[in-house]
Write a protein that binds this ligand. Sequence first.
Ligand SMILES: C[S@@+](CC[C@H](N)C(=O)[O-])C[C@H]1O[C@@H](n2cnc3c(N)ncnc32)[C@H](O)[C@@H]1O
Length: 212
Amino acid sequence: MEIDAFSGNLRRMEVFDQLAEQYQGEHSHNPFQAALIEEIAALLPSGTSVLDLGCGTGVPTAQVLTESDHRVVGVDISEGMLRLAREQVPAAEFVHADFKELADDFGSFEAVTAFFSLLMLSKAEIERTLDKAFGWLKPDGYLALGMVNFDGDSLPFDFMGVPVTVSGYLESDLAAVLKAHGFTVVSIETVAFTPADGPEESQIFALARKPA
Ligand SMILES: C[S@@+](CC[C@H](N)C(=O)[O-])C[C@H]1O[C@@H](n2cnc3c(N)ncnc32)[C@H](O)[C@@H]1O
């Protein structure tokens, strides 16, 4: 593995440079994620701004939101993911960065989304990123998360054949963490999703809100 150009940490995210198309093929049909994206698209007035953390290939999140007339800024650490994202969703803006390192004044958004990207951080990093997201959100803004349902901190995991580390919470713990970081939990549910080529996964989808 090479050294991460952004933070000096071991750069595990290069896994997505190689797996971008395969990841999209296996995961982009998640009906629970699609439902939450549609919910956000409908909750936000047309033309509002959404920050998508770990945007991947832009499909489905940036694609659906831009097609619903929202302005999307997607951030990802993987050039391979961003190459596909720029091709597939030309209406969105994509930034190559480690979202943990984005400045506190990076922008002001009506919604922040993070589908299966926070889980690649340690729990301490997840919680620091939740604080940053709180700061980037306008009052009344929405935070939408997709996570894997398990309790662990930086546990080794075989991701599509590549070793990474992942962190997760059980549903009640994730709700408590969101509340502890100032959010109101609008909805949270645990679902079973089967990727096209993999075993069933227990996932959590949460919609939270920054109080006015
Ligand atoms: C499992 S994929 C999910 C992609 C997309 N959100 C989706 O739902 O299809 C996780 C993505 O998060 C990105 N990612 C993980 N940690 C990141 C970080 N610290 N900064 C920026 N991107 C990150 C990875 O490169 C990858 O594209």
